[in-house]
Design a protein around this ligand. Sequence first.
Ligand SMILES: O=P(O)(O)OC[C@H]1O[C@H](O[C@H]2O[C@H](CO)[C@@H](O)[C@H](O)[C@H]2O)[C@H](O)[C@@H](O)[C@@H]1O
Length: 247
Amino acid sequence: MASPLSLPPPPEFHDLLAQERLALFIDFDGTLVELAPEPGAIDVPQDMVDRLHRLRDTLDGRLALVTGRALDDLESHLDDITVCRAGSHGVSRLFADGSRLGRAPEGLPDAVVGELREFAAEHGLLYEAKSHGGAIHFRGAPEKEERAVAFARSVAEAHDLHLATGKSIAEIVRPGADKGGAVRAFLSEDLFAGSLPVFVGDDTTDEDGMAAANECGGFGIAVGERDSDNARYHLSGVGAVHQWLEL
Ligand SMILES: O=P(O)(O)OC[C@H]1O[C@H](O[C@H]2O[C@H](CO)[C@@H](O)[C@H](O)[C@H]2O)[C@H](O)[C@@H](O)[C@@H]1O
């Protein structure tokens, strides 16, 4: 596992653009926007959508946002976004015009949602309902991390589901819901065909996206201080991502 400080910065974005048919897959929280105490409290710059649309045009459409958030949640922060996007850790995928790529995934069984909600309520934690998953947040109570992760793991095991952990969050998703799937799905479309995929992200769930980018001849860029198994390059934080992308 590479420490972020041992990884070099990526090549200049405009040089890559000049040399390669680049496709960019970008994580949202912690990569495009700074983390906040709660999911709804993020500060999204007013002109973020216009800036992303410019980036999409620079890449002839080969830009996808790949987030752990549900797509309706992402879209509530990015009004009228017309960029390819994948939500719920990449499992729900839309093209820029809102048409669906692949099948709509299934939500969690009601019993699982009930168990997660009940645990969160009992422990004073935030439960985030998602269309294709469900997450317990413990950013406000870090001392409850171990208990929350153990509980979510036990629920996942009992229902043959998968536990996804990230920054102050434990989430249950359906098996196979990971960001690598979104990268492969977009790359198999004509729009992205033959491109060099680059995945940029700050959290553990982004590792699958970076691994898929590597497999397909591209690379990953780790953001922030977390160690990474799959990144080739490193950027120090959200500001550095914006600067690199000339966003
Ligand atoms: O894949 P991402 O776009 O990075 O989404 C990952 C999760 O992001 C959100 O939670 C994270 O950001 C919150 C706001 O900054 C923060 O309070 C929380 O501690 C972080 O885990 C989002 O709420 C989740 O649904 C995403 O899975």
